[in-house]
Design a protein around this ligand. Sequence first.
Ligand code: XUL
Ligand code: CO
Length: 439
Amino acid sequence: MSYFDNVPVVKFEGRDSKNPFAFKYYDPKRVILGKTMEEHLPFAMAWWHNMCANGVDMFGVGTADKSFGCVPGTMEHARAKVDAGIEFMSKLGIKYFCFHDVDIVPEDPDDINETNRRLDEITDYILEKTKGTDIRCLWTTCNMFGNPRYMNGAGSSNSADVFCFAAAQAKKGIENAVKLGAKAYVFWGGREGYETLLNTDMKLEEENIAKLFTLCRDYGRKIGFTGDFYVEPKPKEPMKHQYDFDAATAIGFLRKYGLEKDFKMNIEANHATLAGHTLQHELRVCAVNDMMGSVDANQGAMLLGWDTDQFPTNVYDTTLAMYEILKAGGLRGGFNFDSKCRRPSNTFEDMFYSYIAGMDTLALGLIKAAEIIEDGRIDSFVKERYSSWETGVGAKIRSGEFTLEDCAAYAAELKKPENPGSGRQEYLENIVNNVLFHS
Ligand code: XUL
Ligand code: CO
């Protein structure tokens, strides 16, 4: 059974191609800075958006048919989604997928044992269907925000019983990561936050989230999970405030509880912008803290204050993101398209156009970021800008040789420092444009 007969296998045809089912920039075998594009860009399909989401929103029902010829909510449907997902990834040359537990099977609302049995059945089926292919799981996660039991949070719930259900789901999620050979297990704290502090014990909630992470880390290592645990920061939505506000907050939290060795960040572009940051900023924070894990690739609508999960098409943003990633030596994980087609883009063809757009935009970002690095003007400007720290007083302060009194005595002798020099922002921004639009 095939589902996408009217879409050919998508290949690289170059920038002059007008074929909508061809890559214009993503050329998997092209070598950039010593690695192929497919090595730089381990793309992943997000099961929830691509195989499940049908365009339903707060104002209307779905517009896309994701039944794949089956009755939704059945195991037959779950299997059809595996078949369709693998066909989709194969046609695009996508090697990885990511899922929440309840994306791949319908949850039994009354018995977690039955849900787990279904997970065993479908993960067996995924293994069977991917055998002999190079398609693998990038990361697993659990939906610990949709079911009404999580209305007050999962790890942060006021209810110890609910905490145990979150723990049970995460345990299965980690077991599935091991079973499928995934690189990571993700925690996105969907409802780990608060609506009002008037009813919230923040200290207890944060300690309990750390407890859940610690229990999962210890169990994962015990059963032979060698991958990373990721935290995916997001400042708000669905909660008014979420504890994993941004990368800096999440990293500080992990360090407080001694989890920083086993955990890394999964940075989502639209979550960065919701936190009032750029994706580039979040990636830089990860890079300087040795926390660069994976990316949830998407973009937001800058005039809206919520998570629109659009496919990334802004080359300026992907260029600066890839610049950070290249300079940090690459991602440990990959680029998961946590992106969905717009509600009116409701056909199977749109799913392909969207992925082609996202993959080409990241590929262009990679090409241009490498050009910025090879051009060298920006890097050499930054090096020169901080050169006072390399020798003399700067070097002595950095090495610990200079006390506060030494600094003060030096200043007293100098009487007045020289002008620290222009930041040259516009000059640098023009270099980026020069590289981007070099004809
Ligand atoms: C929600 C979000 C999630 C996580 C996985 O904004 O990004 O889909 O990526 O739970
Ligand atoms: Co995400």
